[in-house]
Write a new protein. Structure first.
Length: 355
Protein backbone atom coordinates (compact mmCIF):
# COMPACT_ATOMS: atom_id res chain seq x y z
CA UNK A 1 0.00 0.00 0.00
CA UNK A 2 2.86 2.37 0.76
CA UNK A 3 4.32 1.41 -2.61
CA UNK A 4 1.08 2.46 -4.34
CA UNK A 5 1.19 5.80 -2.52
CA UNK A 6 4.85 6.29 -3.45
CA UNK A 7 4.17 5.58 -7.13
CA UNK A 8 1.22 7.98 -7.09
CA UNK A 9 3.34 10.70 -5.49
CA UNK A 10 6.21 10.21 -7.95
CA UNK A 11 3.86 10.38 -10.94
CA UNK A 12 2.09 13.49 -9.64
CA UNK A 13 5.44 15.17 -9.05
CA UNK A 14 6.43 14.35 -12.63
CA UNK A 15 3.16 15.74 -14.01
CA UNK A 16 3.70 18.94 -12.02
CA UNK A 17 7.20 19.35 -13.43
CA UNK A 18 8.87 18.48 -10.12
CA UNK A 19 7.28 21.42 -8.31
CA UNK A 20 4.92 20.65 -5.44
CA UNK A 21 4.21 23.82 -3.47
CA UNK A 22 0.54 23.47 -2.52
CA UNK A 23 -1.44 20.58 -1.01
CA UNK A 24 -5.19 20.40 -0.41
CA UNK A 25 -6.68 18.39 2.43
CA UNK A 26 -10.19 17.16 3.11
CA UNK A 27 -11.97 14.37 4.93
CA UNK A 28 -14.88 12.10 4.11
CA UNK A 29 -16.59 9.13 5.75
CA UNK A 30 -17.23 5.69 4.27
CA UNK A 31 -19.90 3.48 5.78
CA UNK A 32 -20.27 -0.30 6.03
CA UNK A 33 -23.26 -2.51 5.33
CA UNK A 34 -23.03 -4.00 8.80
CA UNK A 35 -24.11 -3.11 12.32
CA UNK A 36 -21.22 -4.39 14.43
CA UNK A 37 -18.23 -2.24 15.37
CA UNK A 38 -14.57 -3.01 16.00
CA UNK A 39 -11.35 -1.08 16.59
CA UNK A 40 -11.55 0.57 13.15
CA UNK A 41 -15.22 0.49 12.15
CA UNK A 42 -17.11 2.76 14.52
CA UNK A 43 -20.26 4.86 14.39
CA UNK A 44 -19.68 8.58 14.17
CA UNK A 45 -20.76 11.67 12.28
CA UNK A 46 -21.54 10.43 8.76
CA UNK A 47 -21.21 12.72 5.75
CA UNK A 48 -23.51 10.29 3.91
CA UNK A 49 -26.26 10.51 6.53
CA UNK A 50 -25.68 6.88 7.58
CA UNK A 51 -25.40 7.64 11.29
CA UNK A 52 -26.48 4.14 12.38
CA UNK A 53 -23.80 2.41 10.31
CA UNK A 54 -20.22 1.86 11.45
CA UNK A 55 -17.78 3.77 9.29
CA UNK A 56 -14.18 4.83 8.76
CA UNK A 57 -12.82 8.33 8.29
CA UNK A 58 -10.67 8.90 5.21
CA UNK A 59 -8.25 11.82 5.00
CA UNK A 60 -7.05 12.67 1.49
CA UNK A 61 -4.27 14.92 0.19
CA UNK A 62 -4.29 16.12 -3.41
CA UNK A 63 -2.14 18.51 -5.41
CA UNK A 64 -3.12 21.29 -7.77
CA UNK A 65 -5.57 20.04 -10.40
CA UNK A 66 -6.74 17.33 -7.99
CA UNK A 67 -4.03 14.69 -8.47
CA UNK A 68 -4.10 12.24 -5.51
CA UNK A 69 -0.98 12.39 -3.33
CA UNK A 70 -1.62 10.44 -0.16
CA UNK A 71 -4.33 9.21 2.19
CA UNK A 72 -4.77 7.93 5.73
CA UNK A 73 -7.52 5.83 7.32
CA UNK A 74 -8.87 6.68 10.78
CA UNK A 75 -11.40 5.18 13.18
CA UNK A 76 -15.01 6.01 12.36
CA UNK A 77 -15.53 8.11 15.49
CA UNK A 78 -12.40 10.21 14.96
CA UNK A 79 -13.00 13.97 15.02
CA UNK A 80 -12.04 15.15 11.54
CA UNK A 81 -10.25 18.19 12.93
CA UNK A 82 -7.69 15.89 14.55
CA UNK A 83 -6.70 14.24 11.27
CA UNK A 84 -5.07 17.13 9.39
CA UNK A 85 -1.77 17.45 11.25
CA UNK A 86 -1.00 13.70 11.41
CA UNK A 87 -1.58 13.33 7.65
CA UNK A 88 0.41 16.44 6.71
CA UNK A 89 3.28 15.63 9.08
CA UNK A 90 3.52 12.02 7.88
CA UNK A 91 3.47 13.13 4.25
CA UNK A 92 6.09 15.82 4.80
CA UNK A 93 8.41 13.40 6.61
CA UNK A 94 7.92 10.58 4.13
CA UNK A 95 8.73 12.62 1.04
CA UNK A 96 10.91 15.35 2.57
CA UNK A 97 8.41 17.88 1.25
CA UNK A 98 9.26 21.28 2.71
CA UNK A 99 7.77 24.74 2.19
CA UNK A 100 4.32 23.38 1.45
CA UNK A 101 1.26 25.59 1.63
CA UNK A 102 -1.58 23.66 3.28
CA UNK A 103 -5.09 24.52 2.11
CA UNK A 104 -8.16 23.29 4.00
CA UNK A 105 -11.77 24.21 4.68
CA UNK A 106 -12.78 25.98 7.88
CA UNK A 107 -14.99 23.07 8.91
CA UNK A 108 -11.91 20.92 9.51
CA UNK A 109 -10.22 23.26 11.93
CA UNK A 110 -10.49 24.58 15.44
CA UNK A 111 -8.42 27.33 17.06
CA UNK A 112 -6.27 24.58 18.58
CA UNK A 113 -5.53 23.09 15.14
CA UNK A 114 -4.60 26.48 13.73
CA UNK A 115 -2.26 27.16 16.65
CA UNK A 116 -0.59 23.79 16.03
CA UNK A 117 -0.07 24.71 12.37
CA UNK A 118 1.58 27.94 13.47
CA UNK A 119 3.73 26.22 16.09
CA UNK A 120 5.00 23.69 13.56
CA UNK A 121 5.81 26.48 11.07
CA UNK A 122 3.38 25.42 8.35
CA UNK A 123 2.24 27.88 5.72
CA UNK A 124 -1.51 27.77 5.26
CA UNK A 125 -4.58 29.14 3.54
CA UNK A 126 -7.70 28.30 5.52
CA UNK A 127 -11.36 29.05 5.14
CA UNK A 128 -12.30 31.56 7.86
CA UNK A 129 -15.43 31.49 10.00
CA UNK A 130 -15.92 35.20 9.67
CA UNK A 131 -19.24 35.29 11.55
CA UNK A 132 -17.57 33.76 14.62
CA UNK A 133 -14.61 36.13 14.80
CA UNK A 134 -14.21 38.71 17.57
CA UNK A 135 -16.23 41.94 17.55
CA UNK A 136 -13.34 44.05 16.29
CA UNK A 137 -12.77 41.77 13.28
CA UNK A 138 -16.46 41.40 12.41
CA UNK A 139 -16.94 45.17 12.58
CA UNK A 140 -14.07 45.67 10.13
CA UNK A 141 -15.48 43.01 7.81
CA UNK A 142 -18.96 44.53 7.68
CA UNK A 143 -17.53 48.01 7.06
CA UNK A 144 -15.71 46.94 3.90
CA UNK A 145 -18.64 47.65 1.51
CA UNK A 146 -17.26 45.39 -1.21
CA UNK A 147 -18.63 45.20 -4.75
CA UNK A 148 -18.79 42.13 -6.99
CA UNK A 149 -15.44 40.26 -7.21
CA UNK A 150 -13.72 42.72 -4.90
CA UNK A 151 -11.58 41.72 -1.93
CA UNK A 152 -9.75 43.44 0.93
CA UNK A 153 -7.12 42.48 3.49
CA UNK A 154 -7.44 42.84 7.26
CA UNK A 155 -4.27 42.38 9.32
CA UNK A 156 -4.99 40.02 12.22
CA UNK A 157 -1.48 39.70 13.65
CA UNK A 158 2.04 40.47 12.50
CA UNK A 159 2.17 37.22 10.51
CA UNK A 160 -1.47 36.48 9.73
CA UNK A 161 -3.97 38.15 7.40
CA UNK A 162 -7.68 37.82 6.85
CA UNK A 163 -8.73 38.25 3.24
CA UNK A 164 -12.41 38.92 2.63
CA UNK A 165 -13.96 38.57 -0.81
CA UNK A 166 -17.45 39.31 -2.09
CA UNK A 167 -19.37 37.86 -5.03
CA UNK A 168 -22.86 38.81 -6.14
CA UNK A 169 -23.56 35.25 -7.28
CA UNK A 170 -22.57 33.94 -3.84
CA UNK A 171 -24.83 36.53 -2.19
CA UNK A 172 -27.77 35.34 -4.29
CA UNK A 173 -27.00 31.73 -3.42
CA UNK A 174 -26.60 32.48 0.30
CA UNK A 175 -29.92 34.33 0.41
CA UNK A 176 -31.68 31.51 -1.43
CA UNK A 177 -30.24 28.89 0.93
CA UNK A 178 -31.24 30.87 4.01
CA UNK A 179 -34.78 31.26 2.70
CA UNK A 180 -34.97 27.55 1.93
CA UNK A 181 -33.73 26.75 5.44
CA UNK A 182 -36.29 29.10 6.95
CA UNK A 183 -39.13 27.48 5.01
CA UNK A 184 -38.07 24.04 6.29
CA UNK A 185 -38.10 25.33 9.86
CA UNK A 186 -41.57 26.84 9.39
CA UNK A 187 -42.92 23.54 8.05
CA UNK A 188 -41.30 21.61 10.91
CA UNK A 189 -42.86 23.94 13.49
CA UNK A 190 -46.30 23.62 11.88
CA UNK A 191 -46.02 19.84 11.97
CA UNK A 192 -44.96 19.86 15.62
CA UNK A 193 -41.69 18.04 14.90
CA UNK A 194 -39.42 20.48 16.72
CA UNK A 195 -38.60 20.33 20.42
CA UNK A 196 -36.04 21.58 22.95
CA UNK A 197 -33.34 19.32 21.49
CA UNK A 198 -33.46 21.35 18.27
CA UNK A 199 -32.48 24.60 20.01
CA UNK A 200 -28.82 24.66 18.96
CA UNK A 201 -26.47 26.33 16.49
CA UNK A 202 -26.46 23.53 13.93
CA UNK A 203 -27.29 24.86 10.51
CA UNK A 204 -30.48 26.87 10.37
CA UNK A 205 -31.55 25.73 13.85
CA UNK A 206 -29.72 28.85 15.03
CA UNK A 207 -32.87 30.79 14.09
CA UNK A 208 -34.96 28.86 16.63
CA UNK A 209 -35.82 30.11 20.10
CA UNK A 210 -38.00 28.79 22.90
CA UNK A 211 -40.67 30.69 24.78
CA UNK A 212 -41.83 29.18 28.02
CA UNK A 213 -41.21 25.45 28.32
CA UNK A 214 -42.43 24.09 25.00
CA UNK A 215 -43.24 26.92 22.59
CA UNK A 216 -40.70 26.86 19.72
CA UNK A 217 -40.56 29.98 17.56
CA UNK A 218 -38.39 31.43 14.81
CA UNK A 219 -36.27 34.47 15.52
CA UNK A 220 -37.00 36.39 12.31
CA UNK A 221 -34.84 39.32 13.39
CA UNK A 222 -31.80 37.05 13.56
CA UNK A 223 -32.70 35.61 10.16
CA UNK A 224 -32.91 39.07 8.58
CA UNK A 225 -29.75 40.24 10.32
CA UNK A 226 -27.76 37.42 8.72
CA UNK A 227 -28.42 38.95 5.29
CA UNK A 228 -25.50 41.33 5.85
CA UNK A 229 -23.14 38.34 5.53
CA UNK A 230 -24.52 37.18 2.19
CA UNK A 231 -21.83 36.98 -0.49
CA UNK A 232 -18.88 37.34 1.90
CA UNK A 233 -16.13 34.72 2.14
CA UNK A 234 -13.05 34.86 4.37
CA UNK A 235 -9.60 33.30 4.14
CA UNK A 236 -6.88 33.35 6.78
CA UNK A 237 -3.28 32.96 5.68
CA UNK A 238 0.29 33.42 6.86
CA UNK A 239 1.73 33.19 3.33
CA UNK A 240 3.30 36.00 1.32
CA UNK A 241 0.88 35.49 -1.57
CA UNK A 242 -1.20 38.39 -2.81
CA UNK A 243 -4.87 38.44 -1.82
CA UNK A 244 -5.81 37.52 -5.39
CA UNK A 245 -3.45 34.53 -5.35
CA UNK A 246 -4.81 33.38 -1.99
CA UNK A 247 -8.39 33.38 -3.29
CA UNK A 248 -7.39 31.58 -6.50
CA UNK A 249 -5.47 28.90 -4.59
CA UNK A 250 -8.30 28.32 -2.11
CA UNK A 251 -10.84 28.16 -4.92
CA UNK A 252 -9.12 24.99 -6.14
CA UNK A 253 -10.32 23.16 -3.02
CA UNK A 254 -13.32 21.99 -5.06
CA UNK A 255 -10.90 19.62 -6.83
CA UNK A 256 -10.64 17.42 -3.75
CA UNK A 257 -14.42 17.49 -3.31
CA UNK A 258 -14.68 16.35 -6.92
CA UNK A 259 -12.21 13.54 -6.18
CA UNK A 260 -14.42 12.31 -3.34
CA UNK A 261 -17.49 12.45 -5.59
CA UNK A 262 -15.66 10.46 -8.27
CA UNK A 263 -14.58 7.87 -5.70
CA UNK A 264 -18.05 7.47 -4.24
CA UNK A 265 -20.02 7.42 -7.49
CA UNK A 266 -17.92 6.43 -10.51
CA UNK A 267 -15.47 4.23 -8.60
CA UNK A 268 -18.06 2.95 -6.09
CA UNK A 269 -15.75 3.11 -3.09
CA UNK A 270 -18.74 2.74 -0.75
CA UNK A 271 -20.55 1.03 0.81
CA UNK A 272 -17.83 -1.31 2.07
CA UNK A 273 -18.69 -4.93 2.78
CA UNK A 274 -15.34 -6.08 4.23
CA UNK A 275 -14.81 -6.78 7.91
CA UNK A 276 -11.10 -7.43 8.37
CA UNK A 277 -8.87 -4.37 8.67
CA UNK A 278 -6.38 -5.57 6.07
CA UNK A 279 -9.18 -6.07 3.54
CA UNK A 280 -10.63 -2.67 4.30
CA UNK A 281 -7.18 -1.14 3.79
CA UNK A 282 -6.79 -3.05 0.51
CA UNK A 283 -10.21 -1.82 -0.66
CA UNK A 284 -9.24 1.81 0.00
CA UNK A 285 -5.85 1.31 -1.64
CA UNK A 286 -7.42 -0.11 -4.81
CA UNK A 287 -9.89 2.79 -4.89
CA UNK A 288 -7.04 5.27 -4.45
CA UNK A 289 -5.16 3.67 -7.36
CA UNK A 290 -8.32 3.71 -9.49
CA UNK A 291 -8.82 7.39 -8.69
CA UNK A 292 -5.24 8.07 -9.75
CA UNK A 293 -5.83 6.29 -13.08
CA UNK A 294 -9.08 8.25 -13.53
CA UNK A 295 -7.29 11.57 -13.02
CA UNK A 296 -4.49 10.57 -15.41
CA UNK A 297 -7.05 9.63 -18.07
CA UNK A 298 -8.72 13.00 -17.49
CA UNK A 299 -5.36 14.78 -17.86
CA UNK A 300 -4.47 12.99 -21.08
CA UNK A 301 -7.88 13.61 -22.64
CA UNK A 302 -7.53 17.31 -21.87
CA UNK A 303 -3.92 17.41 -23.10
CA UNK A 304 -4.95 15.80 -26.40
CA UNK A 305 -7.91 18.20 -26.67
CA UNK A 306 -10.30 15.28 -26.83
CA UNK A 307 -14.02 16.11 -27.05
CA UNK A 308 -14.77 13.23 -24.67
CA UNK A 309 -15.13 13.36 -20.90
CA UNK A 310 -13.61 10.58 -18.81
CA UNK A 311 -17.01 8.94 -18.43
CA UNK A 312 -17.64 9.07 -22.18
CA UNK A 313 -14.17 7.68 -22.95
CA UNK A 314 -14.69 4.77 -20.54
CA UNK A 315 -18.11 3.99 -22.03
CA UNK A 316 -16.61 3.97 -25.55
CA UNK A 317 -13.70 1.76 -24.49
CA UNK A 318 -16.17 -0.73 -23.02
CA UNK A 319 -17.70 -1.19 -26.48
CA UNK A 320 -14.40 -2.25 -28.07
CA UNK A 321 -14.26 -6.05 -28.29
CA UNK A 322 -11.64 -8.58 -29.22
CA UNK A 323 -12.82 -11.61 -31.21
CA UNK A 324 -10.84 -14.84 -31.45
CA UNK A 325 -11.40 -17.29 -34.30
CA UNK A 326 -10.12 -20.83 -34.56
CA UNK A 327 -10.00 -22.60 -37.91
CA UNK A 328 -11.64 -26.05 -37.85
CA UNK A 329 -8.82 -27.92 -39.63
CA UNK A 330 -5.51 -26.31 -38.67
CA UNK A 331 -6.53 -25.23 -35.15
CA UNK A 332 -4.84 -21.91 -35.82
CA UNK A 333 -6.23 -19.05 -33.75
CA UNK A 334 -6.74 -15.56 -35.11
CA UNK A 335 -7.77 -12.50 -33.14
CA UNK A 336 -9.19 -9.19 -34.23
CA UNK A 337 -10.23 -6.03 -32.43
CA UNK A 338 -13.62 -4.81 -33.58
CA UNK A 339 -13.55 -1.08 -34.28
CA UNK A 340 -16.84 -0.02 -35.82
CA UNK A 341 -17.65 3.55 -34.84
CA UNK A 342 -15.93 6.89 -35.36
CA UNK A 343 -15.89 7.40 -31.60
CA UNK A 344 -13.96 4.15 -31.12
CA UNK A 345 -11.51 5.16 -33.85
CA UNK A 346 -11.10 8.57 -32.23
CA UNK A 347 -10.23 7.06 -28.85
CA UNK A 348 -7.70 4.70 -30.47
CA UNK A 349 -6.14 7.64 -32.29
CA UNK A 350 -6.01 9.86 -29.19
CA UNK A 351 -3.94 7.34 -27.28
CA UNK A 352 -1.85 6.12 -30.20
CA UNK A 353 -2.90 2.51 -29.70
CA UNK A 354 -1.76 -0.03 -32.26
CA UNK A 355 -4.58 -2.42 -33.06
Amino acid sequence: MELVKAISFAHTLKVLGGNLSVVYYDVTTLYFEASDEDDLRKTGFSKDGKHQHPQIVLGLLVSENGYPLDYEIFEGNKYEGETLLPVITHFKTKYTADNLIVIADSGLLSNKNIEQLKTQKYQYILGARIKNMNKEATAKILNLKLQDNQSETIELTENERLIVGYKTARATRDAKNRKRGLEKLEKAIQSGKLGKKHINNRGYNKYLQIEGDVNIKINYSKFEDDAKWDGLKGYTTNTQLSKEEVIVQYSQLWQIEKTFRISKSDLQIRPIYHRLSRRIEAHICISFAACKVYKELERQLKEKQSPFSVEQAIDIIKTIYKVELQTPYSNNTYSRILIKTQEQQSIIKHFGLKI
